[in-house]
Design a protein around this ligand. Sequence first.
Ligand SMILES: Nc1ncnc2c1ncn2[C@@H]1O[C@H](COP(=O)(O)OP(=O)(O)OP(=O)(O)O)[C@@H](O)[C@H]1O
Ligand SMILES: [Mg+2]
Length: 241
Amino acid sequence: MGDSMATKQAYVQVKDLKKHYGDGDARLTVLDGIDASINRGEICVMLGPSGSGKSTFLNLIGGLEDADAGSILVDGCDLTTLNAADLGEYRRRELGFVFQFYNLVPDLTIKENIEVTAHLSKNPLNIDELLRSLGLYEHRNKFPRQVSGGQQQRCAIGRALVKNPGLLLCDEPTGALDYKTSKEILQLMEDVNRTYGCTIIIVTHNAAIARMANRVLRLRDGRIVEDELNESPVAAAELDW
Ligand SMILES: Nc1ncnc2c1ncn2[C@@H]1O[C@H](COP(=O)(O)OP(=O)(O)OP(=O)(O)O)[C@@H](O)[C@H]1O
Ligand SMILES: [Mg+2]
């Protein structure tokens, strides 16, 4: 996996990252000094109990929320020093985001949902080719409500990928899907990692998914309690749970 990425260098580097919500008695420390380093081309799976800060971590790397302290370097650029306009540019240029509940635009077809973000990129992928590799070509003119959950998630992944992003952030991407469809989606992610070389961070509750990762981060109470490299990741097709 990731064999095409000959050079292994830190692509996402997070140092002493802190984040809290609320004040006074309601103050809640969500990220309590996170240090993590993710190499270019890696598939990184982040595990942790509900409320441990996984989505918050992903949102900070995605520039959707501000950190209290610490730094987040992506490709050498510290997000915590960027202004709103530059953060927007970072999100457009560098980032794909996949959520648990797809977030497609209901009044746009499958193809149009993907086209919208293609326009944000200077070097978008070919949409028809992408639709074919997502298994969505025959469904391209349907609306999201006319296709299955797995097909909607494929579309959401297509929407994130069409920009050809360096970094794909996935928050519980299979959380709403059955076993078989989940495995298909994970195989798709493995494929895009191999084909396009994008770095992928997958947040999940499903520990079995960690077996396909190059790196596994375990979060507990806002801290990384385990950072493990997996020398021989298992093919997504071989996962079982
Ligand atoms: N906008 C917010 N305002 C206040 N508290 C928040 C906010 N967002 C998250 N939290 C709290 O921060 C903690 C971490 O939330 P987060 O969503 O990062 O957890 P998570 O690990 O993704 O959990 P899950 O697995 O359930 O999705 C939780 O206790 C949550 O209630
Ligand atoms: Mg979450």
